[in-house]
Design a protein around this ligand. Sequence first.
Ligand code: NAD
Ligand code: DAU
Length: 365
Amino acid sequence: MRTVIVTGGAGFIGTNFIRHLLEIRPQWRIVNLDALTYAGNAANLADVAARAPSRYRFVRGDIGDEALVRTLLAEETPWAVVNFAAESHVDRSIVGPLAFVETNVLGTARLLLACRRMWEEKGRPADFRFLHVSTDEVFGSLGPAGHFTETTAYDPSSPYSASKAASDHLVRAFQRTYGFPALVTNCSNNYGPFQFPEKLIPLMILNIIEEKELPVYGDGRNVRDWLYVIDHCEALAAVLERGRPGETYNIGGGAERANIDVVHQLCDLLDERLQRGAERSSRRLIRFVTDRPGHDRRYAIDAGKIQRELGWRPRYAFAQALAATVDWYLNHGPWVDSVRSGEYRKWIDRNYGAARDRADTHEID
Ligand code: NAD
Ligand code: DAU
């Protein structure tokens, strides 16, 4: 039996990854270390915890708490650590960057220190691995042509992407300096079940259902390269098991879409399901609002390396997986209600209220 420690497993991608790994590797055990910030929800995995208590353990804690992480590593002696834990929302990083430095930079550094210490104390086991889950946003913005490869220079635009870039550099430095067996993945925009509704796709789905305004930043022509979360999980499992330590792998869906086109598609999918006729088309709810400061224009991933080396390619087509995502949100009302706490409403007021029109980017506390 292999034990894998997953950090940030109560968030969007971590939840999907834990479910996926438990399913494809019945002999493995997962320990989920998560601080349960506003974005984390232990209930996402409550059914797993009830069904397979010997294969799943939840520990509430911060990746930056070195004493706690050291104790956990000593208790579990994991085969691998997969680091998802992060502050992940670009807009929040614009109004409150320090939390991003604390978790994404310092937290990752402390996690690395604790993991390296355990690895040294165990005699540097050859098959141990530390997989750091990162983002394509570290590469900055593309013009109308071209793709990010593993050798594209880092050029982050937001406090979020700068903090993720710093964490990637630290992970690589640990690999080069100490021989620590680390891998890094840089992935494009994910969508699918359990995504916190501050991100574009779930925010728009819920606003359409509730007939609220649909805030599209700038001219709506910014392009993202969308990947269904299950495809990302399959890529991460491939890198974890078969990737070469010291290497970086780009992961992307090859599904470039302008934001406004995604919003139109969501309006049409929901109008069909909610039987809204042309006269009540949800497209009437679209509002072009003040742009995100430093808004990257286009992301697009060249996933050739992971395809060639590990045989991974995305399995889900955008139209089908987007429809499945819409259906998931329609069928999970109680989950939606549970994550939209008072804190969530505070954020929505802060980001989409009067402060947005004043282009007010003063820090929030
Ligand atoms: P998320 O915000 O949904 O979840 C983050 C999780 O980390 C939450 O459960 C939160 O409680 C936990 N967490 C935050 N700070 C912590 C800390 N100090 N210690 C322990 N746990 C902490 O994020 P996500 O969208 O699931 O993204 C997961 C990872 O994947 C992030 O590192 C992100 O940068 C990366 N990523 C995300 C995307 C995407 O499209 N969502 C794409 C590429 C890479
Ligand atoms: O590229 C990978 C990244 O994708 C991840 O590293 C991040 O964690 C994840 O949040 C995501 O970042 P984005 O900034 O691209 O995602 P977001 O859903 O916030 O926005 C997607 C696009 O939609 C972006 O161009 C901004 C725009 N947008 C977003 C919101 C929330 C709007 O037009 N209106 C909105 O209300």
